[in-house]
Design a protein around this ligand. Sequence first.
Ligand SMILES: NC(=O)C1=CN([C@@H]2O[C@H](COP(=O)(O)OP(=O)(O)OC[C@H]3O[C@@H](n4cnc5c(N)ncnc54)[C@H](OP(=O)(O)O)[C@@H]3O)[C@@H](O)[C@H]2O)[C@@H](O)CC1
Ligand SMILES: Nc1ncnc2c1ncn2[C@@H]1O[C@H](COP(=O)(O)OP(=O)(O)O)[C@@H](O)[C@H]1O
Ligand SMILES: [K+]
Length: 500
Amino acid sequence: MDNHLYTVAQLRAIEASAYAVLPPGTLMQRAGAAAAQFAMQLLGERRDRPVLVLAGPGNNGGDALELAANLADAGIDALVLHLPGQRDASIETATAHERARDGTVGFIDMLPPDGDWGLVVDGLFGIGLTRPIGDEYREAIAALADVRCPILALDVPSGLDADTGAIIGPDGIAVRATHTITFLGDKPGLHTADGRDHAGLVHVEMLGVGPEHLPQSQARLGTDDVFAHRLAARRHNTHKGSFGDVAIVGGAHGMAGAPVLAARGALLTGAGRVFVAMLDPGPGYDSMQPELMFRAADDFELDKRTLVIGPGMGGSASAMRLLAKALDSDSPLVIDADAITLIGASPDLLARLAARSAPTILTPHPLEAARLLGKDAGEVQADRLQAARDMAVRTNATVILKGSGSVIAQPNGETVINPTGNAGLATAGSGDVLAGICGTLLAQGWPAWEAASGATWIHGAAADLLVANGVGPIGLTAGELPAAARAVLNMLVLDAADGN
Ligand SMILES: NC(=O)C1=CN([C@@H]2O[C@H](COP(=O)(O)OP(=O)(O)OC[C@H]3O[C@@H](n4cnc5c(N)ncnc54)[C@H](OP(=O)(O)O)[C@@H]3O)[C@@H](O)[C@H]2O)[C@@H](O)CC1
Ligand SMILES: Nc1ncnc2c1ncn2[C@@H]1O[C@H](COP(=O)(O)OP(=O)(O)O)[C@@H](O)[C@H]1O
Ligand SMILES: [K+]
């Protein structure tokens, strides 16, 4: 049950199922009480400052009014800007409104220009936002850009699509919260696309609703639990052949750096031997990493090792020929970068890919995904989970749709959103390193799903470790990732051995 992510349709079903067995208003009262507790923790020492509460027209606004009443009862100066809609409020929301009015909650008609708040609470819209935010609410949301205190979103930051993490509307706006307290189950949209920037730290509050009310979910937030059972300490009686051969196939003229970065990623996360099979004549060796073995791709044996194909490969006829050969091989395969673009342009290559039975991982960024799906990148980003699932079905492979909150999907629809990583990864070559790590894990016998989830988690955690040590996010370089990924992996293995 932990880490499950629910769609709005599923959340509505959870709501209805719990609603049926609880006295009316219970869920909203619990949501308001839990949110008030959370708000008081966030307020900390600033309890003498007023709290601004934005309350919208629906039940999200009802949660906000309940929260305000609870804060007022606790002696906190709660000021509500209530923006009701045209329709009558639900009975629960009307009751919450009455409670707030009867207590010591203050109501204001407009935002003061320079409010010195201890906390701002966003209770404008939750999972019921069905269309772009209109002007009457836009202004309040835009005003929050100047706020210097924590912003707590109730359920979902207003303006964000809880299913996709996209901001609703072509010229949309959404609250940028520092924290989100989300009710009755976590939501995918808080963790991918614009979600991470707008939700801040996410706290899930189940409101006392037990597992009997929860449906099966197809999506989860990734944790190291997905691959923890693969993290075995190395035995003494082993040799380099015990840890797999990885070959990076790529490196057209002028693009030797990409396969080298992938190769370093593979080597430093533990592959026994790493080859770089270059399409065009390139460097004979890597002076920073002389353990890598360089070969010409044309006469390189593609069978019997794990292949990572695509980094810096270009789109030449020989690239296509090599890709077709790799797709037809029985080798575990990671397909990255130019190889994905080639497949997007060739129904023949796509058919060869879909016919594979050996483990296969595809690592598109949104533009490569768009080429594979015949869409534009905006359409991919508008629903990253669906795009990843569509690609997994189309290619019969495990897909990592990269970007903030990478989405990993397999053909049966199972989906994980990766929670690690940061904007330091938005730098040339970081995707090559990820492809190399995927290759190493496949080479050590991890199934594609676990290798993809594990590599993405470790790659993101490597960037987080670098940032924690002052290396980035600004100026983090892809070449720094392999050593950090090595540190993360060794820490995970030690923790697993300690039973943590
Ligand atoms: N029910 C329960 O048991 C529990 C519910 N909970 C809470 O309820 C939330 C869901 O409540 P909700 O369904 O009322 O939706 P909500 O997000 O408040 O917004 C809908 C309102 O906004 C309106 N509206 C929509 N778009 C608009 C726009 N662009 N511009 C203007 N108006 C717009 C829409 O009007 P309409 O579309 O009908 O015109 C409607 O009035 C959920 O996120 C959680 O916080 C928790 O307390 C747990 C228990
Ligand atoms: N803002 C971000 N937050 C988290 N991860 C990111 C961000 N931007 C990029 N990444 C990650 O960095 C990598 C970039 O890969 P890619 O776009 O293929 O770059 P390149 O082709 O230069 O290697 C992917 O793993 C992606 O998920
Ligand atoms: K909200």
